[in-house]
Design a protein around this ligand. Structure first.
Ligand code: PMV
Length: 326
């Protein structure tokens, strides 16, 4: 095999209805369906080069070698691509993120969506969007949602075949902005892969799962009807339910910082004052503050004034994962 190379770009996504816990941790088949929006402006860009001269896979993220467990995770993922393509050549992978990694801004989602597309294309596999979503899911569950564009639903399924994500509305359907209040740039102690394994130790997880489909339906309708009030209520409820599970797991997972709570409290007050705004938080301390496009400059300004907010990033509805420099 000659050297084969491809570069892909994918956006992270913010989950409005969260994925927390797996039915099958190896295949990352989730216990419940989830719903998200891709975040334009933020991205991972990944180049994969299969080279017969290499004696092992190499990985650089932001010009540096990442921790051993990240290298292993990428090796395992590339092994699966090699298995699908039926060859054994090693690869050099270089990836860049234009946002802080590992702090609750889904860098693993954009990372594995871009890696899946670049690796499969360089390996000569022509995967359709559904197959690509299934492939990305094996690297990081939420990565399957960074493959299709715009507003995306992950159909949980029962097995590898049936668990993948689809777009429910294009990126230009609703101009929602995600103003990400960064309160810490530290790498989180417990990543989501370990967190998913703890979910069922919480006595609240079963109640969260039992009601998940109802929340997902409400959220999907709110998005399709561009109904911000209904959207805000269900998004905050879903985020709070996931964090309630995290806080009551054994051992407990506590991702928030004092500034996280300050932002949550402020957002609730701003909404009571009539601003269309709500919060949602992933497995990290940073707060995703969702608002409409016309309100985002004012919301960003308000967030920047809260002590403890280090910076505010912005994500608008983003497109699907795509190849570049073809
Ligand atoms: O895909 P993972 O393993 O990084 O899990 C993502 C978990 C959350 O971000 C907390 C929720 C979600 O649905 O994105």
């Amino acid at each position: 095999m000659k050297t084969k190379q491809a570069t892909a770009l994918a956006h992270p996504n913010i989950a409005f209805i969260k994925y927390w816990g797996d039915k099958d941790p190896d295949l990352r088949i989730p216990v419940n369906g989830s719903l998200s929006m891709n975040l334009d402006c933020l991205y991972s860009q990944t180049t994969v080069e299969f080279d017969p001269e290499l004696e092992s896979d190499g990985l650089l993220i932001g010009g540096r070698q990442p921790a051993e467990n990240a290298i292993q995770r990428v090796n395992q993922f590339l092994d699966y691509v090699r298995h699908l393509a039926d060859f054994s050549t090693f690869a050099k992978v270089t990836s860049e993120n234009n946002f802080p990694t590992g702090s609750g801004i889904a860098s693993s989602a954009s990372g594995f969506a871009a890696l899946g597309l670049a690796a499969s294309f360089a390996a000569g596999l022509e995967l359709d969007q559904r197959a690509l979503s299934r492939l990305a899911r094996r690297g990081s569950g939420s990565a399957c949602r960074s493959v299709p564009g715009g507003f995306v639903q992950w159909l949980p399924g029962e097995d590898d075949e049936s668990s993948y994500a689809i777009s429910i509305a294009a990126h230009d359907h609703w101009e929602l902005h995600d103003c990400i209040a960064v309160v810490s740039k530290e790498h989180k102690e417990t990543g989501s892969t370990a967190g998913h394994l703890l979910a069922e130790s919480s006595p609240l997880q079963n109640a969260r799962i039992a009601d998940a489909e109802r929340r997902l339906d409400l959220c999907r309708h709110a998005i399709l009807n561009r109904d911000f009030q209904a959207f805000a209520e269900i998004v905050e409820l879903d985020s709070n339910l996931m964090h309630a599970v995290m806080l009551t797991s054994e051992p407990q997972l506590y991702y928030w910082q004092p500034a996280t709570l300050d932002v949550m409290q402020s957002v609730i007050e701003w909404r009571a004052d009539g601003i269309p705004v709500c919060f949602t938080i992933d497995a990290g301390p940073n707060v995703h503050v969702i608002t409409t496009g016309d309100n985002s400059p004012a919301v960003m300004e308000k967030l920047n004034r809260i002590p403890g907010v280090l910076e505010v990033l912005i994500g608008q509805p983003g497109r699907e994962a795509r190849l570049i420099n073809r």
